[in-house]
Ligand binder design. Structure first.
Ligand code: ZN
Length: 143
C-alpha cells in the first residue's frame, strides 16, 4: 500500500503527541505465582494440593543483571500499570521509527535527485561525477 508523504508526516506528528499522554513508566515484568511452603501436613502438600499465594515477582534488568523482587499485591497493581505504560511507549516509538524511515527515505531520494538534476543541467562531465557519490550514499544507508 502506497502511503503519501503528507499522510506519513501527519502520522508522525500524531505519534509524537501520543507520547505526551503516556503515564509513568517502569521496566520489567510481573509474575503471579502460587507456591508450596514445605511444611509437612500443610494443605499445599496434600494429594490435590492447595498452594499458597498469589505471590508477585517483579523481574527487571539493572545494569545488565536480572533482579527479581517479591512485591505486595498493591505494589504489583501499580507496577503492572507502569510496566504497561512502558510497553505502550515502546510500541509508539517503534511505529515512529517505521514512519520516519519512509519519510527520511523520501527526503534522501529527493536530495539525491536534486543533486543529479543540478549536475545534469550543468553538463555531461558534472553529471558523470555525481553518479558515484550517489551510489556510495545508497550503500551507506542506515537501517
Ligand atoms: Zn503450605
Amino acid at each position: 500500500m502506497a502511503r503519501s508523504a503528507d499522510a506519513d508526516s501527519d502520522r508522525y506528528e500524531k505519534l509524537k503527541r501520543t507520547i505526551a499522554d503516556v503515564g509513568l513508566i517502569r521496566r520489567g515484568s510481573l509474575v503471579r505465582r502460587f507456591m508450596p511452603c514445605g511444611k509437612a501436613g500443610c494443605r499445599c502438600q496434600a494429594r490435590s494440593p492447595q498452594l499458597h499465594g498469589p505471590y508477585y515477582q517483579w523481574t527487571r534488568k539493572v545494569s545488565g543483571k536480572t533482579l527479581t523482587l517479591r512485591v505486595r499485591p498493591e505494589e504489583a497493581e501499580l507496577l503492572a500499570e507502569w510496566i504497561e505504560n512502558g510497553r505502550q511507549l515502546d510500541r509508539i516509538v517503534k511505529t515512529m521509527e517505521r514512519v520516519a524511515r519512509r519519510v527520511t527515505e523520501r527526503q534522501l531520494r529527493a536530495a539525491r535527485n536534486r543533486r543529479e538534476a543540478k549536475a545534469t543541467s550543468e553538463g555531461g562531465r558534472a553529471g558523470r561525477a555525481s553518479r558515484s557519490p550517489a551510489r556510495d550514499r545508497r550503500r551507506a544507508r542506515p537501517n
